[in-house]
Design a protein around this ligand. Sequence first.
Ligand code: G
Ligand code: G
Ligand code: MN
Ligand code: NA
Length: 253
Amino acid sequence: AGLESQLRAAIEQQQFTLVLQPKGRLDSGHVVGAEALIRWQHPERGMVSPAEFLPLAEECGLMLRIDQLVLEMAVQQVAALRALDLAMPVSINLGVDSLADPTLASRVQTALDAAGVPPVLLEVEVPEGAVMKDVDTSAQVLAALGAMGVAISIDDFGTGYSSFAYLARFPVHALKIDRSFVADMQRNGASLKIVRAMVRLAHSLQMQVVAEGAETESEIEQLRRMRCDQVQGYGYGRPMPLDRFIDFARGHR
Ligand code: G
Ligand code: G
Ligand code: MN
Ligand code: NA
């Protein structure tokens, strides 16, 4: 069967799992949260990367259902962490279809209630550009989530369009500097200056700033010197299943 029908079957049969990638404070190294990332455990092909199946899911109109599954799995994981005294916010990524869906905020509330999780322990990551499909609905959806207490971060910051307009228009809690800038900052002076400017921009807007994709100790040290708040990257912690994340969190608090 083609990948599309396999994807539909995967949704029915719940072949998806989440891994958690830790976010750490640059000043103390303490873990302060995690990003939930989807994985498809295909019965024959093994792990299929989201980079491969999410674009197809988008084309086939399956993203709303996938985002819903991710939401439900993520709040379960938050509840599991909380039960172990490891309460911390977990973020999920939202696709354009979810952002254009006027029922999103109420579906999020329902999922939180079902898991018994307070809204402050869920965050949503919105890539720049994702709100473009339907700016007005997205603005309402994000305002409703913000009013509930769900934090919103702008993902892949610096790679999209009209980023500054979003910052004024939506209740943004954090900027996530796209990893292309972090990967480039030690060999390209312009990238370094852009990272520094993004840190200052976030702070002047009273937002947290998270550097994505830091892989080396030297990059982490440089980000620390720039007073970036948080790091998320292989140099701090790779995406990992919940049981390993629990060990990681216990070792970093
Ligand atoms: O985890 P990985 O680096 O393989 O992810 C590849 C891409 O897939 C990234 O751009 C990431 O944002 C996206 N992605 C991973 N998990 C999710 C998810 O649960 N929902 C959405 N919408 N995107 C995801
Ligand atoms: O698009 P988004 O930022 O949500 O995607 C996050 C993706 O980045 C995840 O798929 C994760 O696997 C990947 N990632 C996280 N840290 C690193 C890193 O240090 N290096 C690289 N190359 N990828 C990373
Ligand atoms: Mn993300
Ligand atoms: Na990102």
